[in-house]
Design a protein around this ligand. Structure first.
Ligand SMILES: [Zn+2]
Length: 261
């Protein structure tokens, strides 16, 4: 009797990521908790712990329960940037109301060696992906001429809508910096489920500063892009989510204001 042999063709050998069973996860598969529209309607408490999140990806972004700061996940490390200036690693039992992660497999790389503003940078990524209807995971590591970030404040119940929160949020001008900017490009038809267009977070090289990116210009460094065609969305079974209005008429404008895109 012959033994059947199975081979996995799409495994990325550069990654050491593996779940508890030792099975390598599928690379560049987007895992998302809740939706952007829910966050806009003040669904600021989720059920997914950070430990659970890391089982679905080693790269990504999001926020924390009570909207307590900006999340950036890079190389399996979750960083938290709070509006009070505190930054650092976080306990695994903390929960998130909205996060997007993937096991990042950079299929395309490009060395940037001349200054590019936001539009110029996005144009390079668009060209590399060459498909506006798919998601992309994007990471730039290098030098920045300037980075403007914002960090949301921790909220107390009853939660105000996100547009009220961001109207009072502090923005930070980081000036010349070295660090990592990463996140996702989401196709337009997913607006509300996620943030259509680019959603990027920033982390300085020393890990002490960062947040949600509202504007920037890169100088030189390495751009890595992974194309995403596989998406899993975990929707909350909470009372808050059940009562939320997830198709408001002004969704495009609300997300533009909330995300600073
Ligand atoms: Zn953000």
């Amino acid at each position: 009797m012959k033994l059947k042999c199975y081979s996995v063709g799409d495994v990325d050998t550069r990654s050491s990521a593996a779940d508890a069973t030792g099975v390598r996860p599928r690379m560049n598969r987007l895992y998302q908790t809740s939706t952007m529209a829910a966050l806009l309607d003040a669904v600021y408490d989720g059920e997914t712990t950070l430990d659970e999140l890391l089982m679905h990806g080693n790269f990504g972004l999001g926020t924390f329960n009570s909207l307590d700061g900006e999340m950036i996940v890079n190389d399996s490390v979750i960083h938290q940037f709070r509006a009070d200036g505190q930054a650092g690693r976080v306990p695994g039992d903390l929960k998130t109301p909205f996060a997007c992660v993937t096991f990042f497999n950079p299929e395309k790389e490009y060395m940037i060696d001349t200054a590019r503003d936001k539009d110029g940078f996005e144009a390079i990524v668009d060209q590399l992906v060459n498909n506006p209807n798919l998601f992309a995971a994007v990471r730039f590591t290098g030098m920045f001429e300037r980075v403007e970030t914002r960090t949301v404040f921790c909220q107390c119940r009853p939660y105000p809508p996100m547009l009220d929160v961001v109207a009072r949020q502090p923005t930070m001008q980081l000036g010349a910096s070295t660090g990592t900017m990463l996140g996702f490009r989401t196709p337009g038809y997913m607006q509300g489920v996620n943030v259509a267009g680019y959603h990027l977070h920033f982390l300085t090289e020393d890990g002490r500063r960062g947040g949600h990116v509202t504007d920037y210009a890169v100088l030189k460094g390495r751009l890595e892009v992974g194309v995403i065609s596989d998406v899993e969305i975990q929707l909350p079974r909470t009372e808050q989510f059940a009562r939320a209005n997830l198709s408001p008429e002004n969704i495009h404008e609300a997300i533009r204001v909330a995300e600073g895109g």
